[in-house]
Design a protein around this ligand. Structure first.
Ligand code: OAD
Length: 260
């Protein structure tokens, strides 16, 4: 078992790291945040990796590649309908709301999310870029039209079709596909002027999003990471806090607000 000295040092270092984050953010006018599945975990939306991650029980090759959809669109849609049903029952959590408060505080702010669940927008975030798409949007395989789409829960599931007769697919980025170029360009341009970059709830292993912490560091931006476990970036960011996003983000926002 851990002795008290060890527990004290972990608690103190977490508190110290939190104060450090607050000091960094206090002096900033331009903030960039990148989030991943860990931010929605406390809303009950499963993450992809780590304990109980979706990729432990489901196959990327069968469900999240263009070939998987070509081979068996019904199977892929079943999986996306199931995920939609989980997300529809979920509510934004304290981490999502803390990020809305951060956005409201800073003159310049950009939130780049890898999440497709729409929870940042439902919480009230406005400057959001979805680098991996949105599970509540479809794209026609034939004409390319984008449409909002939520499956009617409980109804017999049919493959969604476009007016043009083409098959609709989830407008998400699958493995082997390019991310939207405009989102990438906008994010990198924003990083030219950002003073602080916060990475929260992402394992940092899926590219090209995983390149962003390194790019931020190269550009001399002060970097903060908040994650439940260490990631490839924990040792190179300025501050790394091992904690639940829903605990630490509201604490940081509160401390910022009382130290104005
Ligand atoms: P991952 O599932 O890879 O990583 C989630 C991270 O969040 C893990 O490192 C967890 O330890 C951490 N975590 C879990 N609960 C947390 C909490 N309450 N607070 C803070 N951290 C927590 O998710 P992503 O990094 O988002 O791609 O995955 C990247 C991409 O891989 C996803 O966008 C998806 C997936 O395949 C596509 O859909 C294209």
């Amino acid at each position: 078992m851990f002795n008290n000295k060890f527990v004290d040092s972990v608690l103190n270092s977490k508190e110290e790291s939190r104060h450090k984050c607050v000091d960094i953010l206090k002096g900033a006018t331009s903030v960039f945040v990148m989030t991943g599945a860990g931010v929605s975990a406390e809303s009950g939306v499963p993450t992809f990796r780590g304990k109980d991650g979706l990729w432990k029980n489901y196959s990327v090759q069968d469900l999240a590649t263009p070939n998987a959809f070509k081979r068996n669109p019904g199977l892929v849609w079943d999986w996306y309908h199931w995920r939609q049903s989980i997300i529809l029952k979920a509510q934004p959590n304290a981490a999502h709301y803390a990020l809305v408060e951060l956005e409201n505080r800073f003159g310049r702010f950009l939130l780049l999310t890898q999440n497709v669940d729409n929870l940042h927008r439902r919480a009230g975030s406005k400057r959001v870029l979805e680098i991996h798409g949105n599970i509540f949007r479809t794209r026609c395989c034939k004409c390319g039209k984008l449409l909002s789409y939520t499956a009617t829960q409980g109804a017999p599931v049919q493959l969604p079709q476009c007016d043009c007769g083409g098959l609709l697919r989830p407008d998400v980025v699958w493995f082997g596909e390019a991310i939207p170029q405009t989102i990438w360009t906008e994010s990198l341009e924003y990083l030219n002027t950002a003073q602080v970059a916060v990475f929260c709830g992402t394992s940092g292993v899926v590219w090209p999003a995983a390149a962003i912490p390194g790019i931020a560091i190269e550009r001399g931006i002060t970097t903060i990471e908040i994650n439940l476990e260490p990631t490839p970036f924990s040792s190179i960011v300025d501050v790394s806090i091992i904690a639940k996003a829903g605990d630490i983000l509201p604490e940081i926002v509160h401390e910022l607000s009382v130290s104005r």
